[in-house]
Design a protein around this ligand. Structure first.
Ligand SMILES: [Zn+2]
Length: 396
């Protein structure tokens, strides 16, 4: 409906106007093909997956901070739903609210859901847009069902980088943040979050008789073989085959390293259930590791970036520093024109685009991902559900 309006708006507005200044919000609103202006209802209702026991639920589909002008996409987060339980993959801005909006867990009670049904949290890497609301899950969770979980919720993610990334551009180097531990991994990060909010946790435990964190959750570093982690600055990331690191009665989860330098380690995950498989690319440039992890997957959820936006953000002529930034953006992410070939090489049956950069681009631009791909393409929108395997029973 609004495609021609979007095109006209893009054609008639200057590059400068797109990036800064008073016109930004209006431009962003007109660019947002999937979501419409902030606060407005989405143009199309979310996809449903009635009858599927295993479902992918897209809780947030924004790449980068979820504040693209005019877009209502929430921060990057997904849920793997198996029956009446679910697992979170990344915890971008708004994850608890979106889990509530998706009807996960106890959806009808003011304080007993949605996190009563949470079985695990899986973080692909520790960039803030992927983890910023983990603390929300862990603290506000006490009043959104987390206090009712029937077992300790594991929080899995990459371990300590082991050293600072190289200085980008000429010296001098900036001062190091938290020099005693400048690159904490997932286990340490969760411990630090608990320490940061100790006043709250202790108050809730003593006054409201809520469980203490150690009764509810624990952080864990995904056990990638040590020899693969020896050089955190190595690029491309080391070639490896997936390692299985988590299994319960509903899912088996494996991981591989992906190409998101200078962030390291950065992970992709594969979930296997009785019904089929869902793979999450995390943030990555093209890598054989992901193709192997996603081999014959039912669903591949893949990040994507549009070079057109990068070139608009950093137009030529560029300084050396700007040229470096363009390279970073394009090598640490996967271009929309490349992702189809990756899904095809893996033999993935459905390709779902999420973590869209920019989050305000109209849907037709992402449809270029079909190039070189013969399967089903889904341009993800918040609260979309994608069923895996055969329908087993009626369910929302
Ligand atoms: Zn990232």
């Amino acid at each position: 409906m609004c495609g021609s309006v979007n095109d006209l708006a893009r054609a008639t507005l200057s590059r400068r106007g797109l990036l800064a200044g008073a016109g930004t919000a209006a431009v962003g609103a007109s660019l947002s093909g999937a979501a419409g202006p902030a606060g407005a209802a989405p143009a199309t209702a979310p996809r449903t997956a009635r009858g599927h026991r295993t479902q992918l639920v897209l809780l947030g589909t924004s790449g980068g901070p979820a504040y693209w002008p005019g877009s209502t996409r929430a921060g990057i987060a997904s849920a793997v739903v198996v029956g009446d339980r679910f697992y979170l993959v990344d915890c971008g801005s708004g994850v608890v609210r979106q889990a509530r909006s998706a009807g996960l867990g106890n959806a009808s009670h003011d304080t007993d859901g949605p996190l009563d049904a949470l079985r695990g949290v899986f973080l692909t890497h520790l960039h803030s847009d992927h983890v910023v609301d983990l603390n929300n899950v862990l603290t506000e969770g006490l009043f959104n069902g987390l206090h009712l979980v029937d077992r300790q919720v594991p929080i899995w993610g990459p371990g300590n980088r082991g050293g600072l990334p190289p200085l980008f551009g000429p010296p001098p180097a900036p001062p190091v943040v938290a020099p005693d531990s400048p690159t904490p991994g997932t286990r340490e990060m969760v411990d630090l979050m608990v320490r940061t909010f100790a006043t709250d946790y202790n108050d809730r435990a003593l006054d409201n008789r809520k469980p203490v964190p150690s009764q509810l959750f624990a952080g864990h570093d995904v056990p990638i073989p040590a020899h693969l982690l020896a050089d955190p600055n190595g690029t491309p990331c080391p070639r490896m085959s997936p390692v299985t690191f988590f299994e319960d009665d509903l899912v088996r989860v494996s991981a591989t390293l992906v190409q998101h330098a200078p962030v390291f380690p950065a992970l992709a995950f594969r979930f296997e259930t009785e019904d089929g498989s869902i793979v999450f690319s995390g943030d990555t440039g093209p890598t054989e590791n992901l193709v192997e992890l996603a081999r014959d997957a039912d669903v591949l959820v893949h990040e994507v970036i549009d070079r057109e936006w990068v070139e608009m953000l950093l137009p030529e002529p560029r300084t050396p520093a700007q040229e470096g930034l363009v390279n970073h953006l394009l090598h640490a992410h996967t271009e929309v024109t490349d992702v189809g070939a990756i899904a095809e090489a893996a033999g993935a049956r459905t390709l779902v685009l999420s973590h869209l950069v920019p989050g305000s681009w109209p849907e037709h631009k992402w449809r270029r991902a079909h190039t070189g791909y013969s399967g089903e393409l889904v341009v993800g929108r918040d609260l979309d559900r994608i069923g895996v395997g055969r329908r087993t029973r009626r369910r929302r």
